[in-house]
Write a protein that binds this ligand. Structure first.
Ligand code: MN
Length: 441
């Protein structure tokens, strides 16, 4: 629902939030966990506004407002909701009340006494270390771009690129939560079994075909009990917000290990997430219909087919991937744009992913992370990983300084960005999801 918090004319007393190019105007207000001088070892809860993070719990407690929460104890409510190091709330209506309250406090006409209290909890983003927004219990990765699935399928099965289940099932696999890291964390090149020489036994070496995958993640807010499912109409009550995800992938390890049970060590050595969780409410102006299926495609089965989901289940989120190699850094060459894609091109919505995940009674838990799979579009310039962009390494990419890339080299940094723009609304963004490749041991 669009409400007064989306008003494009709202301005903040924090000047950097009024910059038309900022990812974080007062209309966005994504949540995060971060470390500060008072809490160097245990992350605290924050909300992003302009170039600053505002610490929530300790600052808002003195300003607690009886309208905000029913039991009128903000600190208690916050502690309950952010238990186990997470900034993932279980009740989207409460999140909505918090959002309204934050807008009141951060808007340009906020009284001076309140501003003075808030000032004490403001830290410049550039001086802050962020944490993964939740201690993630379970992580599931989907495969929801039909363009990605068709491209990858075409490389491995030219005669049969798209498997017959694709248009019925949001395909996914259970990933690994322990190796999820926050943007800015270096990623060590994994070692693994490589069998590119078909006539010899596999060898155990550092991965050669290291890749990224541009994905969007979403955090489960309210969970469901074991044995219960989640109707498609209610799916979004269980989703707290979205972030960017880089599903690092070692293609040579993957090619040898993936049959018959799917990805394993090719994927679980690292997954990078952006630190800021953008709420569903902040994204309300950028909702679009679910993917329009081609004529002749089957409609989703009933349990995945909801009226609201079909009308508004998609998100118009622009995604960009950049690379900066070690040599480019040394030569002060700006990161180079590898691709642009859009979340609205996914074949399945996040509501369908979530409903499908719980459809067998699998219990989803607060703080679980799900990711969409590589977001690729129709065009070549919209391919969200190097496997597709270089067509399995056959068509290398030429970088501005003459270097070429088939897959990632040591020292390469991948920078992902996401943002939403629409006439009549303020631009909002996701910040960055970045990671640099370190050599294998
Ligand atoms: Mn993936």
């Amino acid at each position: 629902m669009i409400n007064e918090t989306h008003d494009p004319n709202l301005k903040s007393w924090i000047e950097s939030a009024n910059d038309p190019n900022t990812d974080f105007p007062i209309q966005n207000l994504p949540f995060c966990l971060f470390y500060n001088e008072n809490s160097p070892n245990y992350p605290v809860e924050g909300v992003i506004i302009g170039d600053y993070v505002l610490e929530l719990t300790n600052v808002l407690q003195p300003l607690k407002d009886e309208k905000l929460i029913e039991d009128n104890d903000f600190r208690e409510w916050m502690l309950q909701n952010t238990i186990n190091r997470r900034i993932v709330f279980t009740d989207n209506e409460e999140v909505s009340r918090l959002r309204k309250y934050l807008v009141e406090l951060l808007r340009a006409d906020c009284p001076k006494e309140k501003r003075e209290v808030l000032q004490k909890g403001l830290f410049p983003i550039s001086e802050i270390k962020f944490a993964v927004p939740a201690e993630i219990g379970d992580y599931t990765d989907f495969y929801c771009s039909i363009f990605h699935a068709t491209n990858v399928g075409a490389m491995f099965r030219p005669d049969n690129p798209l498997l017959p289940n694709y248009k019925y099932i949001p395909i996914g696999y259970h990933g690994r939560a322990s190796s999820i890291v926050v943007s800015g964390t270096d990623v060590k090149r994994p070692k693994g079994q490589n069998r590119t020489d078909q006539d010899a036994p596999p060898v155990f070496i550092p991965a050669k075909n290291l890749d990224y995958e541009m994905e969007v993640g979403f955090f489960v807010g309210k969970g469901n009990n074991l044995g219960e499912s989640i109707p498609i109409e209610n799916a979004e009550e269980h989703i707290f917000g979205l972030c960017l995800v880089n599903d690092w992938s070692a293609r040579d390890i993957q090619a040898w290990e993936y049959q018959p049970l799917g990805p394993f060590l090719a994927k679980n050595f690292a997954t990078t997430v952006s630190p800021f969780v953008v709420t569903l409410e902040a994204l309300a102006p950028f909702r679009v219909p679910a993917f329009e299926r081609e004529e002749g495609d089957p409609q989703p089965l009933d349990y995945l087919n909801g009226e609201q989901n079909q009308k508004h289940g998609g998100f118009d989120i622009k995604l960009e991937v950049y690379i900066q190699t070690e040599k480019m850094r040394a030569e002060s060459i700006e990161p180079f744009l590898l691709s642009r894609s859009n979340m609205k091109d996914l074949y399945w919505t996040i509501g369908q992913m979530l409903t499908h995940h719980a459809s067998n009674g699998c219990n989803l838990q607060t703080g679980d992370l799900m990711a969409t799979g590589t977001v690729s579009g129709r065009e070549k310039s919209e391919r969200g990983c190097l496997l597709e962009l270089t067509w399995r390494g056959k068509e290398p990419i030429r970088l501005p300084n003459g270097e070429e890339r088939r897959f990632l080299e040591d020292g390469d940094e991948i920078i992902m960005k996401g943002f939403c723009e629409k006439e009549g609304f303020r631009r909002i963004g996701f910040g960055e999801c970045r990671g640099r490749i370190l050599p294998a041991d």
